[in-house]
Design a protein. Structure first.
Lengths: 304, 265
């Protein structure tokens, strides 16, 4: 369980994380979503005690990170796959981590095997591809067999096979009753990976809930093609629907159901050629939710 | 489950890190080779000039200083090792992985300092003794014959040579903690050793005398001195010099630790 309480982090002139509060529960995969520069990585660094919060706090099973006895046995994290000394072998990197937290060294070979990089364990980590580095990072996160796991953009750099592997791996961790927090700026990725989703933008909490909850509440649209789009457009606007032209032939209508649009067209005597309800995709919900909070300015880069 | 990462665990971890990276291992070897090799080279060169020296020069010659001449070069290697132990973690951002495993920054810095000191002290003492015996062999039977280790001052001089290298390694480490960049820390270290003496040289000579003795390498020569004489000016006593150099280390290390506690990783 991770509890974030009124967490705030200000850098010189920007607020990277702004009064953020949420809880991450065990047994499910929680997606942590936001556009690039929205404060996801900063939040994760604050949870791990790497950055000092300006206000508020983050707790792991009720305790701040600094007071954890052997942190790797309680929290496993993969923030940046390249956060490894490039000249050190993968095995020695893991060995040093294990020894610092009194984790048996036999565990190093176990996790190397699990992520499938045992054959390159003696090679310099600096020569690894991004995908191999991600696997090494995951091995490091698993060293202490921790009940809480954090992954920052873990899918970056993985090939399709690796992505499939990592999704199944997250599912397995959650099924074992662990707390799993996975950040991403890709809604489509989270839609297939996560059970619960927390959305932030510009460091602020926007919404949270299950994938279904988030799409259910969003308004759907209807694609309409007819013999006389101009006439129907007029009628639909009178019925307080929002209409946009897709191209010469079609209209996208929101605010009315497909049945209501069909009835209106019938009443007006216009032949309908197509009437297709579109459920809002999670991607659209996400765009809608975060459109005010996407930072286009230079600050986004500074905050990262 | 809740066995806290003790200082001993972190020291063991840092020892694995120290010996599993090429730069620190090669740096240690370079320090060893420079201390012994250049010490021997300088001893042989000085021996060849003994005949052409004035009687005063010959009377004030300190064979130990000459045998330990390699330390003037090895001190650059230890500064680089000291700085790299911490700056390589910042430049590769592996400091984040390290701090996630060891959240106590004081404990991490202490463990690194202990491992660094232990390695340089052991290797530095071995190299110093070898350099001493080489010098003794070179000057055997000359007017500048090496005093035996049975003389307290001689033994002290050799032992403090290893300690000097250790303190300079810690000084480089402290600069690395403060500056967090390899290039910045190493060039600052080198500047302090090389540029400051040049700047001091441009000052009026009365000022030179009072400033020169505070320079790290002059403090090192004073630590090794058996007769209280260093060419080119006045120096502090052996123990005062040791204390001043230790003070420099304490200052940069404290500043580094305070900054480390305050800064985001």
């Amino acid at each position: 369980m991770i509890s974030v309480e009124h967490l705030t982090k200000k850098f010189d002139d920007t607020t990277a994380v702004d009064d953020l509060s949420f809880e991450v529960k065990p047994g499910v995969i929680t997606g942590f979503l936001g556009p690039n520069g929205s404060g996801k990585s900063t939040t994760m660094r604050l949870i791990l005690g790497l950055d000092r919060p300006t206000k508020g706090r983050a707790l792991i099973n009720g305790k701040p990170y600094h007071s954890l006895g052997a942190p790797l046995k309680e929290v496993g994290a993969l923030l940046d796959a390249k956060a490894v000394h490039p000249g050190r072998s993968a095995r020695n990197h893991l060995l040093a981590l294990a020894v610092s937290n009194n984790i048996p060294t036999s565990r190093v070979d176990e996790v190397l095997n699990f992520v499938g990089i045992e054959s390159v364990a003696k090679k310099r980590a600096g020569d690894f591809s991004l995908g191999m580095s991600q696997r090494l990072g995951i091995a490091g996160a698993l060293l202490g067999d921790p009940p809480v796991l954090l992954f920052d953009e873990p899918v970056n750099g993985l090939d399709p096979e690796g992505i499939k592997w990592i999704r199944e791996f997250f599912r397995q961790l959650a099924d074992e009753g662990r707390t799993v927090l996975v950040s991403s700026h890709l809604m489509s990725e989270m839609a297939v990976t996560a059970d619960q989703i927390i959305v932030i933008g510009r460091g602020k909490f926007i919404t949270s809930g299950s994938v279904d909850d988030l799409t259910k509440n969003a308004a759907g649209t209807v694609i309409l093609r007819s013999a006389n789009n101009t006439k129907l457009n007029q009628i639909l606007l009178e019925a307080k629907a929002a209409v946009s032209e897709i191209n010469d032939e079609g209209l996208r209508v929101s605010g009315l159901s497909a049945a209501a649009i069909g009835d209106l067209a019938f009443g007006a005597g216009v032949a309908v050629h197509e009437l297709t309800p579109e459920r809002a995709s999670l991607e659209e919900v996400f765009m809608e939710l975060t459109q005010d909070s996407v930072e286009y300015s230079q600050h986004a880069k500074d905050a990262k | 489950m809740n066995s806290s990462p003790s200082l001993m665990s972190v020291i063991r971890s840092e020892w694995i890190k120290f010996r599993s990276v090429r730069s620190t291992v090669i740096g240690t070897i370079i320090m060893f080779v420079l201390t012994i090799g250049l010490g021997l080279l300088i001893s042989v060169a000085v021996k060849g000039h003994l005949q052409s020296m004035t009687p005063v020069e010959r009377a004030t010659i300190d064979p130990i200083q000459i045998a330990m001449g390699g330390i003037l070069f090895a001190q650059f290697a230890v500064g680089v090792i000291g700085a790299l132990v911490i700056t390589s973690e910042f430049s590769s951002t592996s400091i984040r992985t390290t701090l996630a495993a060891v959240p106590s920054r004081l404990r991490l810095v202490s463990a690194k300092a202990i491992v660094l000191s232990a390695v340089i002290l052991v290797v530095g003492e071995i190299a110093s003794f070898i350099a001493y015996f080489n010098g003794a062999a070179v000057f055997h039977g000359t007017v500048a014959a090496m005093p035996s280790l049975a003389q307290g001052l001689t033994l002290r001089s050799v032992l403090l040579s290893g300690l000097y290298l250790t303190l300079m390694g810690l000084f480089g480490f402290g600069l690395g903690l403060i500056l967090r960049q390899s290039a910045g820390a190493i060039s600052t270290y080198t500047s302090l050793l090389l540029i400051i003496p040049i700047l001091v040289f441009l000052l009026p000579s009365s000022w030179q005398n009072s400033i020169t003795k505070f320079e790290p390498s002059v403090l090192g020569q004073a630590m090794r001195s058996t007769n209280g004489v260093v060419r080119g000016g006045s120096i502090f006593s052996t123990w005062t010099s040791t204390a001043i150099l230790a003070g420099y280390c304490a200052a940069v290390l404290s500043a580094g630790i305070i900054l480390m506690q305050r800064r985001d990783a």
